[in-house]
Design a protein around this ligand. Structure first.
Ligand code: PNS
Length: 171
């Protein structure tokens, strides 16, 4: 069983592409949403991100389940008895940070990380850029699954405008 962890704030077409590829490669895939302590002001709450992933994956991938966890990924994959961690790579620069993280997770849990590349035409799509474009009024329909776009529009309406959100430059 493979675990694909991430912030997914929000899920993008790049994430969905990695999920589809991982679902073909592994018998069972758990997509796990986690609070990333380095990203202090998420736009969506954990349960909203989980719901968006479920809505976006739909019934198409019967071997995929969506979950969330708090704390260390190493503890989470150990508790599940997972065989592998899946991460998406967009650029070589992603790999520099991911390599150290993969070594740390393997050292803590014994579980290896495998990297998958999304379709190359999605390589510039990140959650943080999508949020930035959206919050400045740009059209993000091409970059997120339909259910995510609907929830983003709904949230903006519910919040009555543009809320403050930190936008880190990666993801
Ligand atoms: O989508 P992201 O934000 O790039 O995903 C990063 C994530 C959430 C997978 C990473 O921050 C993580 O594993 N967080 C859980 C806490 C943890 O285990 N930290 C130590 C990593 S060695």
């Amino acid at each position: 069983m493979a675990v694909y962890p991430g912030s997914f704030d929000p899920p993008t077409i790049g994430h969905l592409d990695v999920i589809a590829r991982a679902a073909r490669a592994f018998e069972h895939l758990t997509v796990a949403v986690v609070a990333n302590p380095q990203k202090r002001t998420p736009y969506f709450a954990l349960d909203e991100r989980e719901a968006m992933l479920r809505e976006s994956i739909g019934a198409a991938s019967a071997n995929v389940r969506v979950d969330h966890f708090r704390g260390l990924l190493a503890d989470y994959v150990t508790s599940l008895g997972a065989d592998v961690i899946v991460k998406g790579l967009r650029f070589i620069s992603d790999f520099e940070n991911e390599m150290a993280t993969a070594h740390m997770n393997r050292s803590l849990s014994g579980v290896d990380t495998l990297f998958l590349m999304a379709e190359s035409s999605y390589s510039f799509v990140s959650s943080s850029l999508v949020k930035e474009v959206f919050l400045e009024g740009g059209d993000i329909a091409k970059f997120v699954p339909g259910p995510v776009l609907a929830r983003m529009n709904h949230k903006r309406t519910a919040l009555g405008g543009t809320p403050h959100v930190d936008l880190p430059r990666h993801r």
